[in-house]
Design a protein around this ligand. Structure first.
Ligand SMILES: Cc1cc2nc3c(=O)[nH]c(=O)nc-3n(C[C@H](O)[C@H](O)[C@H](O)COP(=O)(O)O)c2cc1C
Length: 184
């Protein structure tokens, strides 16, 4: 798939299954993060790879985070919270790593980490790997952040779920360029 085709047709895949991408394909996805636009070339990111048994540990952490904030959590909800970490064979967690810089605010460093995540989404799609970027309460949970070992200057930008596409893709919506781009 060429670059323009990938850019014009990329879409997310909420339903993913085994197997995960093979090693070479996965490395291509990881490597794509590094060409993200990056003011000052700060590389304001790091990534955690969650696979195999680590997914179960992540599920336990999600559950702990939920129990820490909610008074009563039904058994059903507890199971569904844990299962979130099993939605895909591999999850890449993008973490923005902020440094203090006179010209480059934290916000821009988040933008770069987000751009890196989008690059990985595209690299996955272009290679036929299903992918979905998620955040939700778990991304902003103190319990999850601490459990993953984030420091005070770090923030979760997203969970990038990767795996084999399940089901058929939703039809792409056509956008009219003129609705969003106007000459000034
Ligand atoms: C920062 C960020 C966080 C997101 N978090 C979620 C999420 O938690 N749950 C969800 O269903 N979609 C989430 N999305 C949206 C999906 O990743 C996806 O982009 C959206 O469903 C549109 O589908 P498409 O990528 O196929 O256009 C998030 C997107 C971004 C950029």
């Amino acid at each position: 798939m060429n670059t323009i085709e990938a850019l014009h047709t990329r879409h997310s895949t909420p339903r993913l299954c085994e197997p995960g991408p093979d090693n070479e394909v996965f490395k291509n996805i990881c490597k794509s993060a590094f060409s993200a636009a990056d003011h000052g070339l700060l590389k304001p990111w790091r990534f955690l790879i969650i696979k195999d048994q680590a997914r179960y540990r992540l599920g336990d952490l999600f559950l702990q985070a939920t129990l820490d904030t909610e008074k009563e959590v039904s058994q059903e909800k507890q199971e569904s919270v844990k299962k979130k970490a099993l939605r895909a064979p591999i999850i890449i967690i993008t973490i923005a790593r902020h440094s203090i810089h006179p010209k480059i605010p934290e916000l821009e460093q988040n933008f770069s980490a987000a751009a890196a995540t989008q690059n990985m989404l595209l690299a996955a799609f272009a290679q036929g790997v299903g992918a979905m970027w998620r955040t939700g309460a778990m991304a902003y949970s103190r319990t999850v952040n601490e459990g993953l070992g984030l420091t005070k200057n770090e923030k979760i930008i997203g969970f990038l779920y990767l795996g084999t596409v399940q089901g058929s893709p939703k039809p792409l919506k056509e956008n009219d360029i003129d609705d969003f781009f106007q000459e000034w």
